[in-house]
Structure formats: structure tokens, C-alpha cells
Design a binder for this molecule. Sequence first.
Ligand SMILES: [Zn+2]
Length: 329
Amino acid sequence: MKKSFCTIILAIIFQALYAESKPTVVCTASMISDMAKNIIGDKAEIKLIVPIGGDPHMYEPTPTDAELVNHADLILKNGMTFEGWLNKLIENSGTKADVVQVTKGINAISSLVYENAKDPHAWMDVGNAIIYAENIAEAAKKLMPESSEYLDENLKKYKAELQETDAYILKRIQEIPESRRVLITSHDAFQYYGEKYGIELVSTMGTSTDADVQTSDINMVYKKIRETGIPAIFVESTVNPKLIKQIAKDLNVVIGGKLYADSIGEKGSPGDTYIKMMKSNTDKIVEALSKEVVAEKIDGTGDMKMVYGLLGIIVFLGALFLFIRKKNS
Ligand SMILES: [Zn+2]
């Protein structure tokens, strides 16, 4: 009895020492930290800077973040203008950790907003996520060469899951009638998604959430909805939905749901991992855009029916009036 008690105490001390010796991997965004967890497992402490649900374009680092970055052994970032605040944070923290851009080697799409800049939302193509995963594994192996075999094994498993997810999305998008494969959201987070999975993108904003809303963009959105008769538009989890709600109200289309864009979902939500986020978005898009068009008003035929109806009533009442007057005279 006494012996087993001692063994437990020793085990706890051992575990505490082991935990202390684990390296710290700091990730800027939740998609990256989720991928890192899949590959690194419990071989390192994986920490996140921008909290789940936060907007990495607009993030303002805190003193705690500087502390976190200071203690990091490896920093994983998306890059391509996504984390505009990161260089200053790294500089101020005095960290000596390696900073690895996990989008290294990706075939990047040009930004629609900023000249000579790349669109940062590369994770929206699951094919790119495989490159993210490979970059994460490579950086982790450099940090902990003793765990190389374990990391390779996890990478292999995770890549298979990503491939399955990629195929799932490709297949599901085909279920939407072709003319309705149009995705309208509040910022251009879905350019990579659209290009990969064959859905046209129309956004009310640029690729960054802080871009000014252009009247020409809004006009384009109204025109597109009228032309295609698409039944739904979407809001995003990290962007203010005000404008999209107004458009939906004006044109009598429904809001097809909240899509995860620049963050995975809260724990317990349908998108609480990167893979679940991509599948959940796809399910919402397919379901909303496949529905029969309910809003007749979109193409104006609803309005015209009402006008003809009123005209009919006026003619009928006029005839009735003339008839009564003739009968009475
Ligand atoms: Zn974004």
C-alpha cells in the first residue's frame, strides 16, 4: 500500500518535470493550432494567440501575448498579410524562436484588395491544408528530432483525413444546381474555396475585414442576386453581419447560415476543428443554395403579379359601378 502511494507521488513528480520540459509552439490562428495539435499531439504545449472567434486581421496583441511569444520555442504563422500585428509583437517580445510560415510553397491567389499582395485565406482549399500540415510537421521535426517517427505517423494519418475532407467538399458542391453555385458573403475569405470547389464568389468587402465597403461592390451583389435568383447569402463568424442582413432583407433572400472563415468554432460547436469547420461550411452552403427559390420578388415577377392583380380589381370595380349606375338610371 505504502509502496503504491510512493509510486503515484513519483509518477506525478515525473509527469510535472516532463511537462516542464516540453517545448512551446505558439500559433497565431485557430486553424493552425488545430492542425498543429493533430500532428504534434502532446509532444509540445500548443498555444494560440488570437482566441477562437476572434478576427486575426484586426487583432490587437496584449502584454500576455508578448509573454507567450517570448517563451515560445516555435512560432507558426499563416503570413501573406494575415497577421499584420505579428512582426511588431515578435520584435517587442524579444523572442529567439523560429518563425515558420505554414503557407510556404502554396500556389497563392492575388489579393483583390491590395496591389501586389496575396490573399491569405489559403486554408479554405483543403488541398492547401495538406501543405500547411507538411510545413508544421517539418518545423516540429526540426524542433524535436527525437519525435520524428511519431510526427511522421501523425502527419500521414492527418493527411488521409484531409484528403477525405477535400473529396467530400468536391462531391457535395456538385449537388447544387449549376446556375446557383454562387457564394455571397461579407468578405473574400472564400476565394480559394470557390476556385477549388467550383463556386463563384461575390463579396461585399475585400479580402480583409477592415477594408472599406465600396458602393460598386454592393451594387454588384444586388445585381448578382437578381440575375441568378440564388436563394441564400451568408454571414461569417468573424465579421459583423449588419450589411449582409440588410441585403437579405432588401432582396427577400434568406441568410443561409453563419460560415466559419478566419477562425474555427468554439468547443462543442459544429466547426470546432479545422476539418469540421470546412465540412460544416460546405453542408450549410449546399443545403441553402439547393433549396427551391422562394423569393419571387428577386426577378420582379412577384411585383408584377401584384400590379396585375390590382389592375384587375380596379377594372372589375369600375365595371360594377357602371353596371349599377346604368341599372339605376
Ligand atoms: Zn479574412
